[in-house]
Design a binder for this molecule. Sequence first.
Ligand code: SF4
Ligand code: SF4
Length: 224
Amino acid sequence: MIVGSQKPLEEIVASISTYRQVLVLGCGTCVSVCLTGGERQARALADSLIHANRNETCPPVFNVNTIERQCERDWITNFLEVPDHTEAILSLACGAGVQTLADVFQELPVIPALNTTFLGALDEPGVWNEKCRGCGDCILSSTGGICPVARCAKKLFNGPCGGSVRGRCEISTVIGRDVDCVWQLIIERLVKLDKMDDYHKIRSPKDWSCEIATGPRRLVHSST
Ligand code: SF4
Ligand code: SF4
C-alpha cells in the first residue's frame, strides 16, 4: 500500500492561507489504513485548522468530506460534491490522488496535506516498512522474496557489502535506528528455501529503463 505522512501543520496552514473556503478531503483507502489521510484524520486536520485560525476576525470555512479513492476519476466524478464557494481542496491523498483531483477540477487549486513517502507493508500494529520501489522489473523470485531495490541502502544486487555487521546495515548508525541488512535477510531466507544457488548467481546490472528512464509509466488493461 501507499504510505504517506501528514505535512507539518504550519506548512499546511501557509499553503491554504489565501483561501476563504477549503474542502478538506480524506481518502478512504491506503492513507486511511496507514492512519494519515482517512476520514478521522481529515476531521482532525480540519479541527486543527479551525483552531489555528481562531484569532482571525473572519476565519476561513473548512468543509470536510472523504471519498473511497481519490486516485480514481470515477470515484471523484460520481461521489464527490464540492460545496458551493469552495476556493481550494486540501487533499489528504497520495500524490496520485492529488493529481487526479487536480485533473478533474481544473479550475480549483488542489493542495497536498500529505507527503507521499513509500510503498510499504504493515509489519506490526502501527508500523509500516518500505518494501517496494515500483522498479518495473521485479527480481523477488531470485532474492527469496525480499527486495534489495527498496530495502538495501545501496540497492546492491549482489550483496552484502562490507557495511553489514551482525545482520545490521551500516545505515543504522546514520539514521539512529536498527535496520536489518537486507542481504543478510535474503541469505537467511534462501537457506530456509534451500535455494542458495540463487545467491551464488551473479546478477547482471539492472535495466533501470523500466523504472524512470522511459518517463511516466502506464498500464493499459486489454479488457477495458
Ligand atoms: S524488485 Fe522492484 S518491483 Fe520487485 S519488490 Fe523490489 S522494487 Fe518492487
Ligand atoms: S549493509 Fe546490507 S542493506 Fe546495508 S547497504 Fe550493505 S548490503 Fe545493503
